[in-house]
Design a protein around this ligand. Sequence first.
Ligand SMILES: NC(=O)c1ccc[n+]([C@@H]2O[C@H](COP(=O)([O-])OP(=O)(O)OC[C@H]3O[C@@H](n4cnc5c(N)ncnc54)[C@H](O)[C@@H]3O)[C@@H](O)[C@H]2O)c1
Ligand SMILES: [Zn+2]
Ligand SMILES: [Zn+2]
Length: 364
Amino acid sequence: MKVTAAVTHEKGKLAIETVELDPPKASEVLVRLIASGVCHTDSAGIEQFIPVALPAIFGHEGVGVVEEVGIGVEGLKKGDRVILTFPSCGVCDPCIAGEPYTCEIMNDLFFNGTYKDGTKRFHKDGQGISSFFGQGAFASHVVVDARNAVKVDVDDENLAYLCSLGCGVQTGAGSVLNYCKPEPGSSLVVFGCGGVGMAAIMAAKIAGCSTIIGVDVVPSRLNLAMELGATHVVNGKEVDAVEEIVKITNGGANFSIECSGIPALTLQALSCLRRNGTCVVASVTGDAVVGIPIEPLLMNKSVTLAGLTEGGANPQVFIPKLVQFYKEGKLPVDKLVKFYDFKDIEQAFQDSHAGVTIKPILRF
Ligand SMILES: NC(=O)c1ccc[n+]([C@@H]2O[C@H](COP(=O)([O-])OP(=O)(O)OC[C@H]3O[C@@H](n4cnc5c(N)ncnc54)[C@H](O)[C@@H]3O)[C@@H](O)[C@H]2O)c1
Ligand SMILES: [Zn+2]
Ligand SMILES: [Zn+2]
């Protein structure tokens, strides 16, 4: 079928045009998208920091309606509302154990531009077009593996706000709820109050943390962090964040989540912990090496530094929980969102880079 998509033919460019989309193969579904989130990882692909083969269609936070199901698809039918999420193979040991965020071939499925069988679904003039994250959600319709389409019970108007439950919100909230699992009364610090960090703050509140500290350098983000559940905020440009956090928590925090993507902040996130604390790096910090000082001749602090992808989530289980929190008013992700017409995709990226919009969402 013919669909409309924003295609990247050359590095840094997006062109809205008509392309061919194949019907779903076995275990796949065709989804008509209602909306699609814009995320920094898309920019990394468009700018070719992640070398996805071009031409490519980026976008990996689609939501929409199932239009057609392939052979062997169970649990999804035409008309179902779905949130699309990251792909996983379903047959490696971690996938079978319910831990698809550590799927052994996740990097291939995220970034190779092909599906599990090694082929592409979008074409133009006989040439295959890569799909980012097994989605290519900057398109009016996509074909995805049924594993990465999560059926949810929400109306279309609310569904449009929930794009980033498939990636950014899942990453931030999952770091807290799936990995840290803080006891009520714990203290938790979030470095970087963007889409991922704000989700971590909301999740810390859900988990019953008593002290929730948001660290950022943009005053408007710090104000929103307070609105969404932070009990304290720290402007890292104005004060020594570690000193301030140690003061607020009377000796250091139980947990910290690095959500800024700035390598140096991982060291701060580790240094602000109390003994036995845990720091989770939820962001993608590139290839920087973090020098971790261990006090010579003293007992070390017994802290843990953890790397975690996609919030340690099994999306088919975790996303419906996040939707329930949203319905209960505990995960007000709508406060992060600004909508753009699909044709204004360039503006959405500009506003994301400039920090004007936390979560731009394109509507079809
Ligand atoms: N959005 C996603 O879907 C997703 C998913 C997984 C991982 N990630 C990664 O997580 C990270 C955060 O993503 P995001 O979408 O929330 O980005 P974002 O740009 O919305 O948030 C980053 C925040 O860090 C703040 N910041 C910048 N400098 C700072 C400093 N010196 N001290 C404190 N705060 C500072 C910024 O003001 C901003 O609010 C990125 O590395 C991204 O690649 C994103
Ligand atoms: Zn797998
Ligand atoms: Zn993302």
